[in-house]
Write a protein that binds this ligand. Structure first.
Ligand code: GLC
Ligand code: GLC
Length: 819
């Protein structure tokens, strides 16, 4: 069952009923000002840091789940009847409800008793504000006298403190109201130099800034007293809950439309010029006023919205595929890169599953997010790489996370995940292949942000690789530390205390737990670094990487192979994990995907065997689960993984992030049918017609889909902020469709289903536009062996770098019949 449909032309998902199984959200903003908005206008906004600069309040885990947001109310002043044009929170039965989630904007439209309302929400490029543009139309035969109320609830900046420290917070809230603009200025008197504002384009007949004056005693957002009564009370908040509401009157002739613009924004003043007059405690608004005046003009808003659309069209134009498979095309061309932009911006901070107060930027998460983002805005990817690498520890190890405002490593959240540093190598390699910008390797960056320790990024990469080699266990495999990619495989924790965090608790000393997954990842990273070193002519580094990788391959062959698949690890006591010897958790997905992706077992048949085991034991209709059999009891030696009920999260769910590794592995063995089959099992668009089971948004990937061991197989959770976005885009675009940036050119190496015929991809790369047509007879399942580049025949599958920037290159790639 569906709750809407894709509009592939407008690049929107159109939700056609408000009662989606879960709130289906979108993101506003992509620079410094951000918001989350649900299909019924729920959500909140923040400036840069979802915890420390939260503009509006939101209560997670509410009932209903999504309550509080950017609500408007319309009131028929003749009858006193009122409703929410976004359905929530009044839940009046609407005609023609629709919510169009587009790229950086959301449009919610509906009709109630002959009154149409359409609200566009977006953040204009380069601004720290959001626009709500409301158009109200009278479809009735006679005139309509209406009231329009806006409403938001301010957050007292630090969202964590805001949600807990009531003895203080009920006394500190402060606002100002001037010329119909509501200013939220809690703590501005003292150490803050920033404030929020809420403005309206129409003359207001009243306002409220004290939440309970607006709502009335014992009332919630579904029946605010001010709306019911038809008049605001001009309340000024002193403590309690500062909020914002404007009351506007609209008189509409039949057929007439009126447009009202609301602005919600964040502003800063210089620290020594906060007040006007200087001796007062009144906000100096002179810097801000011109911005408000400009954006209350319909023409400014219309132009900014056009710019936003054009910006996205341009970004997406970097890579567009036409394969004839609608699920492939719409994810590759629109929604997957869009999600990559969001994960790049948010890391794992703010979604409906991440509260915005818990986590900073993950070292591992951010470096992987970059793999899917780097082609979109390489300059921002570059900056991110420099930020991340500057938090690297002198040992080559990493903080697991750093804070976006300070860019400093944060130990509170756990450390010692021994895979972390290797992802940096993959991210830098991806950046170099995409851009050719070798200057990044020379950037002098500190360790642990410590001034005076600056060394070239290139050396940071060396230390990443050395970090693994200096930490090998008894089987010559990498020590796992606290965990590897699988945060929940905590082989040195042995936690018996309820509620203790597996991510931060002291590890038992003397552990020799090893990870086969890190071994695979290491080979991949060492090969990448060897290639970088080779380009620089650093023969010593090439040799070090090659020797290290060869030894690691050998160690995996001797100790990492279980007979029909790769083992997962060795535990604290040196016993195998992910082996037929175990009673539960015999086979894990991660080493099968990562080892084959890194090329292990391709020469001796083990790769094929491992992938066959994945197909036989892990692949389900809803995707490939993490492990089998799922753990049914708590295994003290394995850590958090077995705390999850079977079939959820790391304990046997489809942890979607890992599936693309297997897809890529399948392409490495040449099986395009299986690769695409796996791709479609978790592709959200391909699951759209089962939305009542999947429940998450059908336009973005989820972190996990419940496995067959769960009570709710096929149910997705944790949509949006997941490494799944980046890895799926890499798998489909670079390995299945096979358009892959390399140092010396653009590789055209598709591995698609045999039944496919020709398909085409346009890819902007190194300043040129490559128009690629893959020529393939249906039935052929071989690889590309020859190209025609601007009419010239060429052996192999590598299209050379453009001769001149701005070039338009016509490229044909010929897939041979099956060998
Ligand atoms: C989450 C984390 C990620 C980790 C994964 C598996 O998605 O953000 O860093 O690799 O879980 O535990
Ligand atoms: C990580 C991951 C998650 C894992 C959790 C354990 O942050 O996001 O997948 O289950 O840690 O608390």
């Amino acid at each position: 069952m569906r709750y809407g449909h894709f509009d592939d032309v407008e690049r929107e998902y159109v939700i056609t009923r408000p009662d989606t199984p879960l709130p289906w959200i979108n993101y506003l903003g992509s620079e410094e000002y951000f918001g989350i908005i649900s299909n019924t206008a729920g959500g909140y906004s923040f400036y840069r840091d979802a915890r420390l600069r939260r503009l509006t309040r939101y209560r997670y885990n509410n009932a209903p789940l999504d309550l509080g947001g950017r609500y408007l109310y319309l009131r028929d002043d003749a009858s006193g009847d009122y409703w929410s044009p976004s359905w929530q929170p009044t839940q009046r039965e609407l005609e023609d409800y629709s919510c169009r989630h587009g790229l950086g904007y959301t449009i919610i439209s509906s009709r109630y008793q002959g009154i149409r309302a359409e609200t566009l929400y977006f953040v204009p490029g380069g601004e720290n504000l959001e626009v709500w543009r409301v158009r109200v139309t009278n479809d009735r035969p006679g005139p309509a006298r209406l009231s329009l109320f806006s409403s938001i609830e301010f957050c007292l900046w630090d969202a964590q403190d805001d949600a807990t420290n009531f003895q203080r917070n009920y006394s500190v809230g402060e606002v100002e109201v001037e010329a119909g603009v509501i200013y939220h200025k809690t703590e501005y008197r003292e150490r803050r130099n920033h404030f929020a504002y809420f403005a309206c384009s129409e003359p207001v007949v009243g306002f409220d800034t004290q939440r309970d004056a607006f709502l009335g005693p014992y009332r919630s957002w579904d029946r605010p007293i001010a709306v019911e009564r038809g008049s605001a009370s001009n309340s000024i908040a002193h403590g309690w809950q500062p909020s914002g509401s404007h009351h506007v009157r609209l008189e509409l002739d039949p057929g007439e439309t009126k447009e009202v613009i609301f602005l919600l924004g964040y502003a800063e003043n210089p620290r020594d010029a906060k007040f006007d007059p200087p001796a007062s405690q009144t906000i100096d608004k002179r810097l801000l006023r011109p911005t408000i005046t400009r954006y209350l003009q319909p023409a400014t808003v219309a132009a900014a919205f056009e710019q936003l659309r054009a910006r996205w069209m341009d970004l997406l134009g970097i890579s567009q595929a036409h394969t004839g498979n609608e699920h492939v095309d719409r994810m590759v061309n629109t929604w997957n890169p869009y999600q990559c932009m969001v994960t790049f911006n948010m890391s794992r901070s703010a979604s409906l599953f991440e509260s915005g107060i818990g986590r900073g930027m993950g070292f591992r998460d951010s470096t992987q997010d970059l793999l899917g983002f780097v082609h979109l805005v390489p300059s921002r990817a570059r900056e991110r790489l420099l930020d991340v690498a500057s938090t690297q520890l002198p040992t080559g190890g990493a903080y697991h996370q750093y804070q976006p405002l300070t860019k400093r490593g944060n130990n509170d959240i756990g450390s010692g995940f021994n895979d972390d540093p290797l992802w940096l190598v993959l991210a830098v390699a991806a950046y170099l292949k995409e851009t050719g910008d070798a200057s990044i390797l020379e950037e002098a960056l500190p360790y642990d942000n410590e001034a005076g320790t600056e060394r070239p990024l290139y050396e940071h990469l060396q230390r990443s690789v050395a970090y693994t080699l200096e930490r090998l266990g008894p089987h010559s495999l990498p020590l796992i530390g606290r965990a590897d990619w699988n945060d929940c495989l905590n082989l040195n924790c042995f936690s018996e205390t309820p509620g203790e965090s597996f991510q931060t608790t002291e590890n038992r000393s003397g552990g020799v737990a090893e990870s086969v997954f890190i071994a695979g990842l290491f080979v991949l990273a060492a090969d990448e670094l060897a290639a970088i070193a080779a380009i620089r002519g650093d023969a010593q580094a090439v040799a070090r990487c090659r020797t290290g990788a060869a030894a690691m391959r050998e160690a995996v062959a001797r100790h990492g192979w279980d007979g029909a698949w790769f083992r997962r690890a060795y535990d604290f006591h040196g016993r195998p994990v992910g082996s037929a010897e175990n009673d539960e958790g015999q086979i894990f997905i991660e080493p099968q995907g990562m080892c084959v992706l890194a090329g292990l077992g391709l020469d001796d048949g083990r790769a094929r065997l491992a992938l066959d085991s994945v197909r036989d034991r892990l692949a389900t209709r809803n995707g490939i689960v993490v492990l089998q059999p799922a753990f049914t009891r708590y295994h003290l030696n394995l850590g958090e993984i077995s705390t999850y009920p079977a079939g959820y999260k790391e304990n046997g769910a489809v942890f979607c992030h890992t599936n693309p590794w297997v897809m890529i592995a399948e392409t490495r063995t040449g099986d395009g049918d299986t690769a695409l089959d796996y791709y479609l099992r978790i592709n959200p668009s391909a699951r759209e017609d089962r939305s009542e089971i999947h429940r998450g948004e059908p336009y973005v990937y989820a972190q996990m889909i419940a496995g067959d061991d769960a009570a709710t197989p096929g149910e997705a959770k944790n949509t949006w902020l997941t490494g799944t976005a980046a890895w799926n885009l890499v798998a489909i675009s670079q390995w299945i469709l096979g358009i892959r940036p390399e140092y010396a050119g653009l590789r055209i190496d598709p591995c698609v289903p045999a039944a496919w015929g020709d398909f085409s991809v346009t890819r902007r790369f190194r300043g040129a536009t490559y128009r690629v047509t893959v020529r393939k007879q249906p039935g052929a399942s071989g690889r590309v062996t020859r190209l025609r580049v601007d009419g010239q025949a060429l052996e192999g599958s590598l299209a050379p770098l453009p001769a001149s920037p701005g070039a338009e290159i016509e490229l044909e790639a010929f897939v041979e019949a099956a060998p």
